[in-house]
Write a protein that binds this ligand. Structure first.
Ligand code: ES4
Ligand code: ZN
Length: 326
């Protein structure tokens, strides 16, 4: 069996996935039509041609536009279920997915509408596919900390459904320290904490995520490799990095997968994992990310196993459930 076959067949986790980033153009047009809302693009092809990004912000502009057709609980259910079905085929057995409540609240879509749709699909996938899941509410870092506190208040009735909180959107200019107080409150409520750091932002932002926020893991973390003390700290704390190869390529974080830092992270003893981030926009789901690594880098069988194992180890599953998957 080839490495590629092995990569496709092995059980995998997805720890860095924005549910709004799984919105495929075909489904986007279908939901736009049934909700009687207009998209800026006339056809699926025209929309797909716009998926050429020079930076994170380029992508985010389209990402917020795309999700604007999501209005009803059924829309959130359909979006989530389409994704879960798709990655069930990739043998993803555990998912930890982000949603961006503030991006929908500002359009008048209630917290309840969003979470009932998303959670409903997750529960159905658990029943039908044996998939396990965690749900992560992410704060938009381009907004103020006050807005994050308001969102947390809306989430209070649903804390049984929410396992953790994250921090995403435009990184540069919005350092983790901007959100220390709200993350402190989240931790006191028993929520796990993660943050996007070191995707475009400097090592200082990764330091803040660790020292000031006290994250349980780091989303991306690419630029942590610029600082040897930071590498040593991530290793000493055994923090998992949720790395997204095709995302990094599409958003020009790396020029090619040959120079992608993920193998370097493994060599340094860091707990790197493979994830798809926003698969509908970045050209691939879980197995596409693994396939690209196998084909473009000189990935070994040991590294392949290590990446998959790191996914289970870095997940927020309890030990018995992890063991059941392996
Ligand atoms: C995101 Cl790749 C990435 N980075 C930051 N925020 C995001 N939201 C959705 N995808
Ligand atoms: Zn992300």
């Amino acid at each position: 069996q080839t490495l590629l076959e092995l990569a496709k067949k092995m059980p995998k986790t997805e720890l860095h996935l924005h549910i709004e980033g799984t919105f495929e153009p075909e489904q986007m047009f279908a939901i736009a039509q049934r909700n009687h809302v207009a998209l800026t693009y006339a056809t699926v092809d025209e929309l797909k041609r716009a998926y050429q990004f020079e930076s994170l912000q380029d992508f985010l502009d389209l990402y917020y536009q795309g999700m604007s057709v999501l209005l009803h609980e059924q829309d959130f259910y359909d979006l989530t279920m389409a994704y879960l079905k798709r990655v069930h085929d990739d043998n993803v057995v555990h998912v930890e997915i982000f949603f961006d409540p503030q991006a929908h609240l500002e359009r008048g879509v209630s917290f309840e509408t969003q979470i009932k749709g998303i959670y409903g699909a997750l529960k159905d996938a658990e029943r039908d596919f044996g998939m396990t899941f965690k749900l992560i509410m992410s704060f938009l870092r381009h907004l103020e900390e006050k807005d994050a506190f308001d969102t947390l208040a809306l989430a209070k009735p649903y804390l049984d459904w929410i396992d953790g909180v994250g921090l995403d959107s435009s990184e540069v200019g919005h350092p983790p320290e901007k959100f220390v107080n709200v993350f402190r409150e989240c931790k006191s409520l028993g929520l796990k904490v993660t943050a996007h750091a070191g995707e475009e932002g400097p090592p200082a932002y990764v330091w803040q995520a660790i020292d000031e926020i006290g994250v349980d893991r780091i989303d991306h973390g690419n630029r942590a490799l610029e600082d040897n003390n930071l590498i040593a700290t991530i290793k000493q704390k055994a923090l998992t990095l949720t790395v997204c190869p095709l995302s990094n390529l599409k958003l020009r974080v790396v020029d090619s997968l040959v120079e992608h830092p993920i193998r370097c992270m493994l060599r340094l003893g860091l707990n790197a994992t493979v994830n798809s981030d926003d698969p509908a926009y970045f050209g691939g789901y879980m197995n596409d990310n693994y396939a690209a690594l196998v084909e473009e880098t000189q990935l070994t069988k040991e590294e392949l196993y290590r990446l998959a194992c790191n996914g289970f180890e870095g997940s927020w599953l309890d030990q018995p459930t992890k063991a059941k998957h392996l």
